[in-house]
Write a new protein. Structure first.
Length: 364
């Protein structure tokens, strides 16, 4: 299940492509068969609506066989699968409900993200549109021409305060990026934008206050195993836009990431994430290399907000690294979405996939 502003496939690009390949190979090595079902969730619709789409997809694709069902969600998708798995969420469970075995959340804001406050504004929504489209173009085509990014560069260059970005510049950037796409890709992306504009219910639901209500009402299923992937980023170094003329797109990307990182680190003083268990905290801190506090995040989601159930893996990674969207050294099919400074590579991705596969294949 993809996250907020995510997609199953867009313009021929597969959101979970690297995860599918990695887990399929690990299942095969263990003599197990698996089938991946990608959910075409509404990009910013409410969690309840997204979860209904998830339920309908399972009903259409998985209802007729007898195999175990494992739910995997990235970012907001982790909340969708928790809602689906809860025994108290639905008046009547479908006949396949008892086949669900595990709930795996990857970099999920279980206790919200401070960035949700900004993303509820018009400028915040436009920024997410531009960043999502820029991410898609970068991952699929290796990046757009630098001149297409000039409005966004100008907007960020004039922004002296965190998240102070001009709306017109974001809209201009989006239009230029759309022109860069092939005609078929334009149509799909514009349809995706229409979904964003028609329903933005999930954005307000990701505030810490809203997630406090969500967690109070959504019970875990005692018959299922819950696991989470937890990440953090080193604090970005100060960036001067266009300082590095050898790679201006990288300079822009680093500036965007730095801005988001600062915003995601502004934890709610009234609704902070709760402390994890002593065992989970010890493991997380040993992997992150520093004490866990509410300023740590992956550029979008606070690290402490990601903990739910067993911590399957913890480490240095940005929000999309753990899906295989990083700069590969050996496998050039891996392409970075943003210059974050994580230095996440193939060996790290293999560790994440090993941990998830071990969890899914664990005897029940």
């Amino acid at each position: 299940m993809p996250g907020l502003f995510g997609f199953a496939k867009l313009g021929g690009f597969d959101y979970f492509m690297h995860v599918e390949e990695a887990l399929a190979s690990r299942f095969l090595e263990c003599g197990a068969r698996c089938e991946f079902v990608l959910v075409s969730s509404p990009p910013t619709a409410s969690i309840v609506y997204r979860t209904q789409v998830l339920m309908d997809t399972i009903q259409q694709r998985c209802a007729e066989d007898a195999g175990a069902i494992h739910l995997i969600g990235h970012s907001t998708g982790g909340l969708d699968i928790r809602l689906l798995a809860s025994p108290t969420s639905w008046p009547a469970h479908p006949h396949w409900f008892d086949r669900v075995r595990t709930v795996t959340s990857i970099a999920t804001p279980h206790y919200g993200t401070p960035l949700a406050y900004f993303f509820t504004t018009m400028a915040g929504t436009r920024l997410l549109e531009a960043l999502s489209l820029l991410t898609y173009v970068t991952l699929k085509a290796g990046g757009p021409p630098f001149t297409f990014l000039t409005p966004l560069i100008a907007a960020l260059g004039r922004a002296d305060r965190v998240l102070g970005i001009e709306l017109k510049a974001l809209e201009r950037t989006t239009e230029l990026l759309l022109r860069f796409l092939e005609e078929e890709g334009q149509s799909e992306v514009r349809e995706w934008f229409e979904g964003i504009h028609s329903d933005q219910g999930a954005i307000i639901q990701l505030t810490p206050e809203s997630m406090d209500v969500f967690n109070a009402g959504i019970e875990d299923n005692p018959d299922l195993e819950y696991g989470s992937v937890v990440t953090r980023m080193p604090r970005p170094k100060p960036v001067r836009l266009l300082r590095d003329l050898r790679s201006p797109v990288n300079a822009l990307s680093a500036a965007i990431f730095s801005t988001l990182y600062v915003g995601a680190g502004r934890a709610s003083k009234v609704y902070p994430p709760p402390n994890p268990s002593p065992e989970a905290r010890e493991y997380i801190e040993s992997k992150l290399g520093r004490q866990l506090d509410n300023t740590l995040n992956d550029g979008l989601v606070p690290t402490a907000s990601m903990v739910w159930g067993d911590v399957l893996w913890a480490g240095i990674a940005d929000h999309l690294d753990v899906l295989g969207h990083f700069r590969g050294d050996r496998d050039l099919s891996h392409t970075d979405w943003m210059v974050s400074g994580a230095e996440f590579r193939e060996d790290d991705f293999d560790e994440v996939m090993d941990a998830i596969a071990d969890f899914l294949l664990r005897p029940s």
